[in-house]
Design a protein around this ligand. Structure first.
Ligand code: TRP
Length: 439
């Protein structure tokens, strides 16, 4: 029987927006600003940038190389490129990692649906910070409300994934990503032109090295990995839908740059306003759901800004959610020969149940977050660079980066990239692992 034709992206722009869509997510809008706030502003951003380009980009390229070369889902990719080896376990770990991530991600995605709804009802007008905190606490204590929101978010995500790569993921990202960038630029301009925003801007752009500790490095690397969606076979899965003539190096670099740019724009949208209203920047995870609504309530036309902000948050979460779900769906389709619809339905059920566990128990939530973001993604990243750098080796990496010699790549540039993939990224990841076990 002829195997059914694999779905693929239609254009390079489609690949870029889908990858950027995966990268830009709650990690940029919700996690990055509070990490910047807690870790000393610009100093954290600089360390983060270093990690993105010295460790994140090599891992991204390695995943891209494996995915496009194999044209297969997570486990099969390794199976095809190294038949009979144990490398396939990397793919299985990636899928497990994605299952854990989407379970708690969908819960937070649900919070953003709830907050968009509140913004549309102009619920933040109370202005009293205590009332807004109570609002969040009541919501996060209500199992039912969160359950409804988690279900809505997951259904939206599954709705895009079920339509397929070209008709679902690519079409959706092509419209939503440019819109997302426009919204965040608009909010950043509004925030940076507020009276009193100056200290916020210098907090973002003037490094204070005295706040930097070993924890800062851990947080920065973890964030680089989470934000670029690395170490979980996500880039690999998307890359398996990329045509043989696509320029891997260009697409990888553009993805990393879009992600960093968006994170900094999110910082510019949030920090200046936080400072202008005299709030401490190290607010923690509540920043987006408590502090910002307070700011919106004080801002002229804040109600409208709030709507735009929560639309952006929801869109960012959705384009990331679909990428995580796609890894699991592609795995089920190729391993168990399921139809896309069946794979999506089963994945939906599984994630729905695990998400419910995250809602009822904050311990499960933190456990899933810890296991995925702090363990599996780093292990996955390490395995992926080792596989590309040493198993596919110089020849394989060169063939993929140059499309078999069609794309010009200077020998020096190639050596640098290979060195990053073979040595810098693995050593950095091992160092962080040892450090983490030691702590
Ligand atoms: N990068 C996304 C964010 O910043 C989250 C994400 C999407 C992700 N796909 C992933 C994280 C795969 C880990 C693995 O919010």
């Amino acid at each position: 029987m002829e195997p059914t034709k694999r779905d693929s992206f239609a254009s390079s722009f489609g690949v870029l927006v889908a990858l950027a869509g995966s990268a830009v997510g709650l990690g940029n809008l919700w996690r990055f600003p509070y990490l910047v706030g807690q870790n000393g502003g610009a100093a954290f951003i600089l360390i983060y940038l270093g990690f993105v380009f010295l460790v994140g980009l090599p891992v991204l390229l390695a995943e891209f190389i494996i995915g496009r070369r194999s044209q297969a889902s997570a486990r099969k990719a390794f199976h095809k490129l190294a038949p009979g080896s144990w490398w396939g376990i990397t793919g299985v770990l990636g899928v497990i990692c994605c299952i854990l991530i989407i379970s708690f991600y969908s819960v937070v995605g649900g919070w953003s649906t709830e907050y968009l709804y509140k913004a549309l009802c102009f619920d933040f007008t109370a202005g009293d910070p205590q009332a807004l905190r109570t609002m969040f606490d009541t919501f996060s204590a209500s199992v039912w409300r969160q359950l409804v929101c988690h279900t809505i978010f997951l259904a939206l995500t599954a709705g895009v994934v079920v339509a397929g790569v070209q008709n679902g993921i690519e079409k959706f990202s092509k419209v939503m990503m440019p819109m997302l960038f426009l919204i965040i630029i608009g909010i950043a301009v509004r925030s940076m032109t507020l009276p009193g925003s100056g200290p916020g801007i210098s907090y973002l752009f003037k490094p204070d090295w005295s706040k930097v500790t070993s924890q800062t490095f851990l947080a920065a690397l973890g964030q680089a990995f989470f934000s670029l969606s690395l170490g979980s076979c996500m880039v690999m899965t998307y890359a398996s839908y990329v045509k043989k003539d696509a320029h891997i190096l260009a697409l990888g670099t553009q993805t990393a740059i879009s992600d960093v740019l968006f994170a900094i724009l999110a910082g510019c949208a949030i920090m200046p306003a936080v400072f202008a209203f005299g709030i401490s920047p190290g607010e923690g995870p509540d920043l987006v759901f408590v502090t910002l609504p307070h700011i919106f309530s004080q801002l002229p036309m804040g109600g409208v800004v709030a709507i735009f902000f929560f639309v952006a948050l929801l869109l960012a979460a959705l384009t990331s959610g679909i990428s995580i779900l796609e890894v699991i769906v592609a795995f089920c389709m190729e391993e168990f020969k399921m139809k896309r619809k069946v794979a999506v339905a089963l994945t939906f059920l599984l994630i729905w149940v695990l998400g419910c566990l995250c809602i009822v128990s904050s311990k499960v939530f933190s456990l899933f977050e810890f296991l995925s973001a702090e363990c599996l993604m780093l292990i996955g990243g390490l395995l992926v660079v080792l596989f590309a750098g040493w198993k596919l080796g110089r020849k394989g990496v060169f063939e993929e980066l140059t499309n078999g010699g069609d794309i010009r790549l200077s020998p020096r540039m190639f050596e640098i990239l290979l060195f990053l993939i073979r040595f810098v990224a693995p050593v950095a990841l091992l160092a962080i692992a040892v450090f983490q076990i030691h702590e």
